[in-house]
Design a protein around this ligand. Structure first.
Ligand code: FE
Ligand code: ZN
Ligand code: FE
Length: 300
């Protein structure tokens, strides 16, 4: 089964995101756990989350992805920022226990000059402080573009964090196609080569989700600017291969392209039409109501 969806606004609650996903032909989606620039989280309404859980079960949704604020930095040079990361992740993970089949994706962080090894040690320390053996949510390290002092642009760096995990069975990786290309893994030219490298260094068993984004910049540019599928350096063909790839089957794949919801609906329909499974062909009519908030996800 192809699990495909897009980033959605959580402004109208959890069940509303589930209904929007259905409208767009999606069977997974991603949302920010709180204002992406940080700050306070709204308390979860247990009835609203239960309604989403029922909707997702009834419609055979794949795992959902909660995205941590992108300002979160567990290896910041500033103690205050590191402390904010720890508190935020701890409280996000507590709240997400209500959501069935949830993945919690975060950007590992930027070491700010102290060096990648020191950064890795602090990231692992934070993870081990906030994760507990009984938790239901799996935490995902996102592959990064390697912009500035970002940790996670190299698969080896993610592997080092995974190796230090106190709860390894609840820690995995989310592969962002724009980010890996920008980091120098030429996924458009050599998808199998990049997946082989991932498998050798990290292990494909650790791959739990994908972000499907084209890139405005060529491989190795370390920029992190997303483009719509087929409109950037990656081109459409690699996305056709990704949704057909046996090693990626069953993983949730979420778009973070610069789109409004109608655009997401078209990209989801295109992915379904190209995944090679007849049961995934798009519904005859996409019932897009056109009354959603538009949102851009430049910083995912
Ligand atoms: Fe992200
Ligand atoms: Zn990005
Ligand atoms: Fe991403």
């Amino acid at each position: 089964m192809l699990y495909v969806g897009c980033h959605l606004s959580s402004a109208k609650g959890f069940a509303a995101m589930g209904r929007t996903a259905l409208d767009l032909g999606a069977n997974t989606f991603q949302f920010f756990t709180r204002n992406p620039r940080g700050s306070r989280a709204k308390a979860l309404d247990p009835d609203d989350v239960a309604a989403l859980n029922r909707l997702a079960r009834a419609h055979g949704f794949g795992p959902l992805i909660a995205h941590a604020p992108y300002t979160l930095n567990p290896c910041s040079q500033e103690a205050r920022v590191r402390e904010f990361a720890r508190e935020t992740m701890e409280s996000d993970l507590q709240r997400l226990e209500l959501v069935d089949g949830c993945l919690y994706n975060f950007h590992p962080g930027s070491h700010g000059g102290k060096g990648v090894e020191a950064g890795i040690a602090e990231i692992a320390e934070t993870l081990n402080a906030v994760m507990a053996p009984g938790q239901r949510t799996t935490v995902l390290l996102e592959t990064m573009a390697g912009k500035g002092s970002e940790v996670g642009g190299r698969f080896e760096e993610l592997r080092e964090i995974l190796d230090r995990a106190a709860v390894p069975e609840r820690l995995g990786v989310c592969l962002d196609t724009c980010h890996v290309s920008d980091a120098g893994y030429d996924i458009a030219a050599d998808l199998d080569g990049v997946l082989t490298a991932f498998d050798r260094v990290i292990g494909l068993g650790r791959l739990r989700a994908l972000h499907l984004n084209d890139s405005r910049n060529p491989p190795g540019s370390r920029k992190d600017r997303h483009a719509c599928l087929g409109e950037g350096a990656l081109g459409q063909e690699v996305f056709r291969r990704i949704v057909r790839h046996p090693a990626l089957a069953g993983l949730p794949m979420v778009l973070e392209t610069p789109n409004d919801l109608a655009g997401y609906g078209r990209e989801i329909a295109w992915l379904r039409a190209n995944c090679g499974e007849s049961e995934n062909f798009p519904p005859a009519a996409l019932t897009h109501r056109g009354d959603y908030d538009t949102l851009t996800v430049e910083d995912c």
